[in-house]
Design a protein around this ligand. Structure first.
Ligand code: HEC
Length: 272
């Protein structure tokens, strides 16, 4: 690292430490207000609209093969949706790979419906005036694990490998500010723009954070999936774009999901 970058990184860290301290010193009631707001909205979560649309898409014949996704094996056998998300990511023998929900959905749309891999991966996240099948399917499938304890397996060597790679990525520093995930998420009581940042190296925080995604984002009017969450944090980290369903994204998800084991899954949730 050249001296200028080193200086910049030091300054960035100092600024972060300062803002962490002042954020903590700020009135904690702002956080309580956000929590109350979440609870009020939690009674009627607009994510239910995505869930309903996702269920329709799951059952609807589509693609060149004119097939539905009802034979898709999410890990608990073809067509079993209930509880499947609480055990993902996991190893799938048919592809000899560890997959998260979103990569498994791409796989099923390609193999069962005959959609091309490019098409199945294209623009997975909704935006202004554009709703996506991925967001809806994820909302439907994850909702079917609500209340079920996270139980991500770690018996196959490839599951162990994905977890270890995910851990490495989590602590890997790089980019213009020399940030790692751990720069923002391995410290206590840090806030950026009124958001409490979880310390993802602590079990309780990791459980609370992971089991709350996907989430309906009030500020964006969209349901945001876990792949979206990771992509957005790569951006916050000033890292290159994270490819949708890439091996790196699945490994990171494996690391975070496994750390949430034992906690009841509780999403789609609602966030500011
Ligand atoms: C520069 C600071 C920064 C870095 C680096 C960073 N994040 Fe984040 N992360 C945030 C912020 C800010 C939020 C809350 C954003 C929001 O709600 O809009 C967040 C939210 C999250 C959440 C959701 C937490 C919850 O309780 O809902 C997860 C999971 C997460 N980040 C994972 C990661 C991972 C994995 C990495 C590394 C690839 C990473 N973050 C890198 C700042 C960062």
């Amino acid at each position: 690292m050249n001296p200028t970058w080193e200086g910049a990184a030091r300054t960035a860290c100092a600024v972060m430490a300062l803002s962490a301290a002042s954020a903590f010193a700020q009135d904690r009631s702002a956080v309580q207000e956000i929590e109350r707001y979440r609870q009020a909205l939690g009674d009627g979560n607009p994510a239910e609209l995505w869930e309903a649309r996702g269920e329709g898409l799951w059952k609807k014949a589509a693609g060149p093969k004119n097939a539905s996704l009802e034979r898709c094996d999410l890990g608990l056998g073809p067509g079993v949706v209930k509880g499947a998300y609480a055990q993902l990511p996991r190893y799938f023998a048919d592809v000899d790979k560890v997959m998260d929900l979103e990569s498994r959905l791409v796989h099923c749309r390609v193999t069962l419906q005959g959609i091309s891999p490019e098409e199945a991966r294209k623009s997975p996240f909704g935006g202004p005036g554009r709703k996506t099948d991925n967001d809806a399917l994820v909302a439907f499938i994850t909702a079917e694990s609500r209340g079920i304890k996270m139980n991500v397996p770690m018996s196959h060597p490839k599951e162990v490998e994905a977890f270890e790679v995910g851990r490495k990525i989590f602590f890997h520093r790089g980019g213009p500010y020399d940030f790692a995930c751990s720069t923002c998420h391995a410290v206590d009581n840090v806030r950026i723009r009124l958001q409490d940042l979880p310390n993802l190296t602590k079990q309780a925080d990791a459980q609370k954070a992971y089991t709350a995604w996907p989430a309906y984002r009030v500020s964006q009017g969209e349901v945001r999936t876990f792949q979206w969450r990771l992509e957005d944090c790569f951006r916050q980290q000033r890292f290159p774009h994270l490819d949708f369903t890439s091996e790196a994204s699945v490994a990171l998800t494996m690391f975070l999901a496994r750390n949430a084991n034992g906690a009841p899954f509780n999403a789609p949730s609602i966030k500011r």
